[in-house]
Ligand binder design. Structure first.
Ligand SMILES: [Zn+2]
Length: 177
């Protein structure tokens, strides 16, 4: 995917700026992000810096059974992290063919704005909580590398839509964010 910046592009290490204008330009960035996440077979989330925009915008997927709802969040702030954490494999569109075992809070609470600038509050658990923590990290110039240790980062290939993690010769149902 050509439009996605990949590590070590220096933009990925920068802080993004809060969105203050909800006009056409911002709407176009949101639409582009939703389009990328919606069309991707293996990515469930995206942050604006990954397409070269240093704006605090993320797009995540809420998966309920067969249905997937795409959710753009503007200026998201995680205001609560559960003490309970869970370690799982995490990938990133900007770091092709690597996954990391990353510990994340299992539950979070978020304040954000919707695409029209209205305030929203949201609770998330499980995969959605992991997605949002990963994407908010992008807005602060952090990649999953920065959340785990080198011995928990592995190379993988994709076979039949699943990751084959080479070092451990195992197959995982992971997520790319
Ligand atoms: Zn990512």
């Amino acid at each position: 995917m050509k439009q996605i910046l990949t590590y070590p592009n220096p933009i990925l290490k920068q802080q993004s700026f809060p969105v203050t204008n909800f006009g056409l330009e911002t709407q176009a960035v949101i639409d582009k992000m939703l389009d990328i996440v919606g069309k991707s077979d293996y990515s469930v989330g995206l942050a604006a810096p990954q397409i070269g925009k240093l704006q605090r915008i993320i797009a995540v997927s809420e998966i309920e059974g067969e249905r997937t709802r795409l959710l753009p969040l503007i200026n998201p702030e995680i205001v609560f992290f559960s003490k309970e954490t869970h370690e799982d494999y995490e990938g990133c569109l900007s770091i092709p063919f690597k996954v990391g075992l990353v510990e994340r809070s299992t539950k979070i609470r978020i304040r954000a704005l919707d695409r029209n600038g209205n305030k929203i509050k949201l609770k998330a658990a499980g995969l959605l909580a992991r997605e949002i923590q990963h994407e908010v990290d992008h807005l602060n110039g952090l990649l999953f590398f920065d959340r785990t240790s080198a011995d928990k980062i592995y190379n993988y290939t994709i076979k039949d839509g699943k990751w084959v993690i080479q070092k451990q010769a195992l197959t995982a149902e992971g997520v790319t964010l």
